[in-house]
Design a protein. Structure first.
Length: 113
């Protein structure tokens, strides 16, 4: 939004300069300096935003892996609870498999940090 604000200010100032030129009046030399400053500010803001975006992408990748881990653990708990209620070992083995998958995703999440 800060980048957009600078762009809007630049657009308004450009329109003002063009209107003055169309009316045959001289534009203020300080306005040209302001336009250059707005362009420089936008460049700096864009560079900072690109850096923060890359940092954000890194965090979201790690988040997705940890979210998968949590999901696997929740499924493992649910299936294990079913195995206790039904007294069937097959469900217990499936619960263990989901738990192992959760551990694998957890370790993968730790390694992607």
């Amino acid at each position: 939004s800060y980048y957009q604000a600078k762009g809007i200010k630049s657009g308004v100032l450009t329109a003002r300069i063009e209107i003055l030129k169309a009316l045959g009046k001289p534009a203020n030399p300080a306005d040209d300096k302001k336009l250059e400053q707005y362009a420089e500010d936008q460049k700096e803001i864009k560079e900072k935003a690109d850096h923060l975006e890359k940092h954000s992408d890194s965090h979201i990748r790690t988040h997705v892996v940890f979210a998968r881990s949590v999901t696997m653990f929740q499924v493992a708990i649910a299936v294990s609870a079913i195995s206790v209620l039904t007294k069937r070992r097959r469900f217990w083995y499936v619960g263990i498999a989901f738990g192992v998958a959760g551990v694998v995703f957890f370790i993968q999440g730790l390694l992607t940090q």
